[in-house]
Design a protein around this ligand. Structure first.
Ligand code: FAD
Length: 312
């Protein structure tokens, strides 16, 4: 039987929804027993949240002052130690998981399975390649621990009816001294988090300037949406890097995605493949974004967006 350990992602005492998405993926493996590990300086609140996720049998709460900040090199030796007795160790395919899980895989001497989007069996998975243009089936050796990242956009959040036991767990692992936390610089915003938002409004190169991007923020605020951007808009300096959606940005799956002045390059589309309804506003009726949009508005965004906001 598969015994799966999921490494919880959390920040400021709150569990990230990516963890419940990893649980859904783990549940796709028949008969799996699912545990969640919370590594923190004070894991209790996050562990209590994790214990409520449907399908979780046990939460391991690992308290250690060294875990006050999620530094991959510090967490990895502890996760590798915890992995003993588990057939699988999963983390989300987010910035957190993409940083941590390769370190865990290296310490366990296995090749990581990346970006699981579907489960065929306990050791056979599907994942996207070539910016989502092709899907590959990968098989991990059954004799080794499977260390994998889960493509969170491909999995729904597991429900909240669980009541798993929380087990304070101590881990004896040698932590590195070569890597230490210095400071965290993060953008402060009252808007929903781009990766978890139900609605996302994105602007592209057509915005033309950081100032013009204000109409995107304004529309997003009116709709309670998160703001995203194409790489061209980020590279041009209209918005910060963390708003980039796509292959080299964030992979998202909102219920509603509105692409404004974005042409629809494949590298952008790979980031919104799992979105629900896609709305595109573009002045070029031949723009590739219209091939995948559910609703298309052909016209000048500087006219349409203010009108749309007014109508809302
Ligand atoms: P453009 O392609 O220039 O499109 C602008 C659109 O705005 C056009 O369709 C135009 O008709 C429309 N427009 C112009 N003026 C108006 C107006 N007034 N009203 C309405 N519409 C208007 N891109 C990403 O987005 N995310 C990624 O993660 C990413 N990763 C990449 C990785 C690699 C390895 C490579 C090679 C590229 C990557 N790119 C990525 C870049 C990608 O190929 C495109 O260059 C980029 O997505 C284009 O951004 P855009 O649609 O905003 O700009």
């Amino acid at each position: 039987m598969s015994k799966i350990l999921i490494v919880a992602e959390h920040l400021d005492g709150k569990l990230n929804p990516s963890t419940a998405r990893c649980v859904s993926c783990a549940q796709a493996i028949d008969g799996a027993e699912i545990h969640v590990a919370v590594l923190s300086d004070s894991p209790d609140a996050v562990a209590a949240e994790a214990a409520k996720i449907d399908g979780v049998a046990k939460v391991l709460a690992v308290a250690n002052a060294a875990n006050a900040h999620p530094v991959a090199q510090v967490l990895a030796p502890q996760v590798a130690k915890l992995a003993e007795g588990y057939s699988h160790v999963f983390g989300p395919s987010t910035t957190f998981g993409k940083d941590l899980m390769p370190c865990v895989a290296a310490l366990l001497g296995v090749a990581q399975v990346s970006d699981i989007m579907a489960v065929e069996s306990s050791h056979v998975f599907k994942r996207p390649i070539y910016a989502g243009n092709a899907i590959i089936t990968v098989e991990a050796p059954s004799s080794m621990t499977v260390v994998a990242t889960v493509r969170t956009a491909s999995w729904p959040q597991a429900g909240e009816g669980g009541s798993a036991s929380v087990e304070p767990t101590s881990v004896t692992a040698t932590l590195p001294e070569h890597t230490r936390f210095v400071e965290l610089k993060q953008g402060k915003s009252d808007r929903p988090d781009l990766q978890g938002a139900a609605k996302v409004i994105s602007g592209g190169r057509a915005m033309g300037s950081p100032d013009a991007f204000k109409i995107i923020y304004s529309l997003a605020d009116k709709m309670g949406a998160a703001v995203g951007a194409s790489r061209a808009a980020v590279d041009a300096g209209y918005v910060p890097n963390e708003l980039q959606v796509g292959q080299t940005g964030k992979i998202i799956a909102p219920d509603l995605y509105v692409a404004i002045g974005i042409s629809g390059a494949i590298q952008h589309l790979t980031g919104i493949k799992d979105a629900g309804t896609i709305v595109a506003i573009n002045k070029d009726p031949e723009a590739p974004i219209f091939e995948i949009a559910d609703i298309g508005l052909v016209g000048d965004l500087f006219q349409i967006v203010p009108e749309l906001e007014k109508a809302l």
